[in-house]
Design a protein around this ligand. Sequence first.
Ligand code: FE2
Length: 286
Amino acid sequence: MKAFDFYPTARVVFGEGTLAQLGKLSEELDGSRILFVTDPGIVSAGLADRAIAVLQRASLDFFVFDSVGENPTTAHIAAGVAFAKARGNIDLIVGMGGGSAMDCAKGINFILTNNGQMEDYWGMGRATKPMLPSIGIPTTAGTGSEAQSYALISDAKTHVKMACGDLKARFRSVILDPSLTESVPENVAAAAGIDAIAHAIESYVCTRRNAVSMMFAQKAWQLLSSSFESVLKDASDNEARSKMLLGAHFAGAAIENAMLGAAHACANPLTAHFGITHGVAVARGN
Ligand SMILES: [Fe+2]
């Protein structure tokens, strides 16, 4: 059998309404001055306000950085770091949104705590100093970034996508609240769902697959394949949305413990050079 090093470090809280636990989870990580990283779409959908209301009820200080774009670049990271430094003494980072917002939160964490440039952390385990604890809150069932220690950040000038990973960058707590995915537009849910399904399949057949990654991939496939059509037909189907969100998370965990394959290898250049949405590019890669 193939050797593996399974190193789970995240607390995962799953269920309808679990966003209400954000204050408690922040306090448990000793967060009192929180950098809240999200994107404008999450703000206009009212989801950021729901999270902020929870932080306000817990009387925690927070600062909202919402200048995250699709496929975050080194420019987004630099803007986030400058924003955080101007507020001072940030002790917890919350990333809420799709993969872009969560990856941006991880990227900011690298530079805020370890200085330098994103390319200094291209690869695995290059951050030498401690990083801030962080909480990931996905609002689409797709990337599974909340289960991963990598942030995918593009160079703002060359568009080269850098996978910067470190176990310290992984979210310490994850909130999987299916109520957050109800307002996702159908085309976004479709692209994100295809992405998650591809994660399950590719990680299951890639050469680095092992007993742990295959366990996650198998369960992810079971959850995703049984609910994908239902969730697109009826976004108010709570059971189907719950299965998609958990399935995408497990697929992300499968990648974390293995790797991806051909569809993503074909898709990533389409996104890097032509700006095609990741899930759409993956669907074409399939
Ligand atoms: Fe993907």
